[in-house]
Design a protein around this ligand. Structure first.
Ligand SMILES: [Zn+2]
Length: 297
């Protein structure tokens, strides 16, 4: 199956697989939403689906010479359009030499050739306009895949000429900053718990003052850190706060970690209700102080 990743909307999976099974994948595709990594993964799956020599039920085999070369990044018929070294954006000259000048040369090895436009949200209007005719009437062997965080960052004329596969909610810069802020607060709290000083614990909760939504998110992030700490060193770090998780793992035993998790779950559910905000912040501190008594050293 193509697009197997959990976070991809079921509707998108169904559409893309129905098309692949019938050998009817569109020639001009927009992969929007999701994370950059997910877009790249899906783009490679699409390339596999039109270049694999032994397709099975609409999925690339992963073993034929074409699949092996795709994986190694050495397939001559896969053309990656991305900024040159030391550049932030793709230049029109690159698009001319990589795309427009090679378009009518038949594929080298595969039956198809695939052009991947990484970070398509940064393509200038000049470049997008230069590609319009090409993506509207591509030669039969060509496929164009635009990887773009949000469709409205491309010209309408481009969007109307491609088939969009949405990979889910986009992680915007604003949300990324917010995520980082939550991680920072949760990690500071956990580190204070490990440091063993009540004043530091209290200080680490200061950014939560009068912000119930942030308290809930911070408590949820602490829960993730606790999970990481409990699973360390075997598990994958899910919280994004590795240093804090490792410290927590060293400072507390499993029952103490469990108690911390339960406390954070309580705070998260209280924060979701209409609990008094000052009281909530105090709870963070007092639960931390309680936990300190269980510290290993
Ligand atoms: Zn294959």
């Amino acid at each position: 199956m193509l697009f197997g990743a959990n976070e991809i909307p079921a509707q998108t999976k169904a559409r893309v697989n129905a098309l692949a099974e019938r050998g009817r994948l569109p020639q001009s595709v927009l992969l929007s939403g999701g994370s950059e990594r997910l877009r790249e993964k899906c783009a490679m799956e699409l390339a596999g689906a039109v270049m694999c020599e032994r397709m099975k039920n609409g999925s690339p085999c992963g073993k034929c010479p074409a699949c092996v070369k795709l994986k190694a990044g050495t397939h001559p018929d896969l053309i990656a359009v991305k900024p040159a070294k030391d550049r932030k954006t793709v230049s029109i000259d690159q698009v001319r030499s990589l795309v427009l000048d090679t378009l009518y040369l038949a594929p080298n090895e595969a039956e198809n050739k695939v052009y991947l436009f990484y970070g398509a949200e940064e393509l200038s209007p000049l470049i997008q306009n230069a590609l319009l005719k090409t993506i509207e009437e591509p030669p039969p062997y060509a496929m164009f895949v635009f990887l773009c965080d949000q469709r409205d960052r491309l010209l309408t004329t481009v969007v109307s000429r491609v088939t969009e596969f949405s990979l889910g909610d986009v992680l915007t810069a604003e949300r990324k900053n917010k995520e980082a802020e939550i991680s920072d607060i949760a990690a500071a709290y956990v580190k204070a718990l490990c440091g063993g000083n009540e004043y530091d614990i209290m200080k680490s909760t200061a950014p939560l003052a009068k912000n119930r939504a942030l308290m809930k998110k911070a408590a949820e992030r602490v829960i993730l850190i606790v999970r990481d700490a409990a699973a360390f060193p075997a598990g994958e770090i899910m919280s994004g706060c590795e240093e804090a998780a490792v410290m927590l793992h060293g400072a507390y035993d499993a029952p103490a970690l469990f108690a911390l998790k339960e406390a954070m779950e309580k705070i998260a559910s209280w924060a979701a209700s209409n609990a008094n905000e000052n009281l909530m912040q105090t709870l963070f501190s007092s639960m931390g102080a309680e936990l300190l008594k269980k510290r290993r050293f």
